[in-house]
Design a protein around this ligand. Structure first.
Ligand code: FAD
Length: 296
């Protein structure tokens, strides 16, 4: 049942250092507030009742998208979903990230929700997680007096729990430039476009001519955390994708292995068996589309 918000103290900070220091002093009763599209809903459902919200929206320079050929892409934690969807560099060089942004929630949610909040919420269905897993991204985290980079594969611990310590703030998402010949895609299945995913998949295939030099396949909403389907990747690594005999069977095999690697639960959005079927469908469709692009 959706109730009113419980009572809380709101503190706004203006620097990363001030935020980390306040987080450290406040202990478990304080949480960071960015767009509030996850946090405030959880508070209304009484799934969390923090005593203090630390509003970080006023910290300058955490909402920038930068790209260069040496360091790759950097997306500030406060960058809105809408800004990611609209970014020409992301659309051109990292299309799977743009695709994830464009199917996340409604335009109202995209206007205020942030990438830091999407990852910080650690939902198994977090839209940005699968593409960032295939891209080998890391998150930059600032703590009191220290910074560290956490590979995205190590960031999600369990539903709602990340590798962030109590005094740490996610400040930036870093994505290395893609190897040449790489093609990526993100696909989501939900009842309506704005709904949270019942299952999602991101693929990144690095082609060397018509050979799959490296396959990266990541799945969302079909396990306690988003994860790479490594057996499915191995099934495809080194295989020729020239449209010859046996290719359809190979792609079906990769999709089947990915479905077997998933371990979804039954919930009100879908049964586990249905979700596994969706994984096979999404991975198969993703492979077909990526391969078709290389032949266009
Ligand atoms: C109607 C509706 C539809 C939605 N649809 C989707 C969907 O289709 N796909 C999807 O993935 N999500 C969806 N969401 C969830 C949500 O909108 C997104 O996850 C959004 O990106 C959250 O960002 P936010 O800035 O609002 O986070 P907030 O609610 O402010 O924060 C979320 C969590 O992250 C923490 N946090 C925020 N920023 C940081 C930071 N910089 N460092 C450390 N911790 C931080 C907060 O403490 C909190 O625990 C939907 C939500 C609603 C209400």
């Amino acid at each position: 049942m959706l109730l009113g918000l419980p009572e809380f103290e709101l503190v706004s900070t203006e620097t990363v250092e001030e935020t980390c220091s306040l987080l450290s002093r406040s202990g478990a009763q304080a949480v960071v507030l960015a767009g509030g599209t996850d946090l405030l809903v959880k508070m209304k459902h009484r799934r969390t009742i923090p005593r203090r919200l630390i509003n970080i929206k006023g910290i300058p320079n955490l909402n920038q998208i930068r790209h260069d050929e040496r360091d790759g892409l950097r997306i500030g934690a406060l960058t809105t979903i809408q800004a990611i969807e609209a970014s020409s560099v992301i659309g051109k060089k990292f299309p799977a990230v743009k695709q994830a942004a464009s199917v996340l929630g409604t335009s109202q949610i995209r206007n205020v929700g942030t990438i830091g909040g999407n990852l910080g919420n650690a939902s198994p269905s977090a839209e940005f997680a699968p593409p960032l897993l295939t891209l080998g991204a890391s998150v930059r985290c600032a703590g009191r007096g220290a910074e560290r980079l956490i590979p995205i594969e190590e960031f999600f611990i369990s539903p709602g729990k990340t590798a962030l310590r109590q005094d740490e703030l996610l400040t930036e998402v870093q994505v290395p430039n893609l190897p040449s010949g790489a093609q990526g895609i993100y696909l989501k299945h939900s009842l309506r476009k704005m709904d949270v995913a019942i299952a999602s998949a991101a693929l990144l295939i690095v082609f060397d001519g018509d050979v799959c030099a490296e396959a990266r396949i990541a799945l969302g909403a079909v396990g306690p955390v988003p994860f790479r389907a490594k057996k499915a990747e191995q099934t495809l690594n080194g295989r020729k994708l020239a449209g010859g005999p046996g290719e359809i069977e190979l792609l079906e095999e990769v999709a089947r292995v990915a479905a077997e690697e998933s371990f979804p639960i039954d919930d009100f959005r879908g049964y586990a068996g249905y979700r596994r079927k969706l994984v096979a469908m999404l991975v198969g469709k993703g492979l077909e589309r990526v391969i078709a692009r290389t032949r266009a």
